[in-house]
Design a protein around this ligand. Sequence first.
Ligand code: NAI
Length: 395
Amino acid sequence: MDIQLKGNVARNCHPPGLQAYLQQQANYIRQQPAISGAKKVLILGASSGFGLASRLVLSEAGGADTIGVSFERGPSERGIGTAGWYNNIYAKQLAEEKGLIAKNFVADAFQADTRKQVIDYIKREFGGKIDLVIYSLATGRRVTESGQWQSVLKTTSEPLTGYSINLEQQQLEQQTVEVANAQEIDATTKVMGGEDWQLWMEELQQAGVLAEGANTIAYSYIGPERTSAIYREGTIGYAKQHLHATADALNQQLQDSVGGSAYACVCKALVTKASVYIPVMSPYIALLYKVMKQQGLHEECTEQAYRLFSERLYPADGQAVTDKQRQIRIDDWELSAEVQSQIDQLYNSITPENFKQTTDYAGYRQSFERLNGFAVEGVDYQQALNIDALSQLRP
Ligand code: NAI
């Protein structure tokens, strides 16, 4: 069985491959020193990418109970379901093997009713308090009681023409990204900015479920000058600026109420379900993979999350490590002079004819396939899937 693609979207997934891949991540984390940090964690966007990696690291290395909220689809007549559906199931199994709680809410995190259900659960069955909230949603659309917004990935000053990887065609395609209007910038900020994070934190605080010293983090990206037209100065960059400002506002509120802190955590560029969607960004990421692997600095979400919790948020002396803007930085290796100068030397030589050699296209693709349970070592892809048994599994 092979991955089926439509553009850069996977149309199927391989549950045994997802299970094996999660087990490999868990094995890696178990070999690392334990982390002394949060024990009761709420993760918004827990089923893939950075949210899933955070859940695994905090349960496997930190012994934390977790609540995960995600928007995923189980098996039906429409297909086998989404990778995130199975990640929820297998992450819960891994946690339960250790005697830990991993509760899953498969629900729209933007709905007031989801916040209410999660808060009720914390009060009734989760010990009443949480000590860390991780905000890791990535989506194109937000629908609430008061409106709906669609985010766009566009520039804000002038059109941008560049190459993007098309995984289905295995080609580098030229694309022109248009300039967003003010309404599109606002809508993207509504979807990917900090407003929903703030709503969650305020309701959790009002419900009295934040423990003394509780922290919250939200994932962000800044990136180098090279990607600034599409990222930092693109619509998504505006949303991230809003998220960063929200971190400061929330920090003040948490300090005053429970003596806790709020941080934006700036990660490195990685292949995830969300990032392969960003136009004119993929050749940079595929080259970044090549350069960081050559320099022995490559990390995937799990390694990033481990470094975040062990060295930044919960280091041995208990003091969170931030930069001057009070942001937690785990993009430091990506932005190092050694990595960026190497990228500067190689980037302009990438062409549609040679991109499979000039970048780490194979590694980029492998990472993408693994997100969907393919290309995982030790998995027999010839064996038929037992759909009936898979349909019995519940997150
Ligand atoms: P992802 O696509 O792997 O994960 C997104 C998660 O959000 C999934 O669990 C999904 O189910 C959940 N989700 C989406 N809409 C939802 C909804 N309405 N209700 C509940 N759950 C919902 O994405 P990824 O890449 O891990 O992104 C997470 C955060 O990390 C984002 O803020 C992103 O900007 C940030 N980030 C990503 C980087 C990258 O290179 N991938 C780099 C730096 C930051």
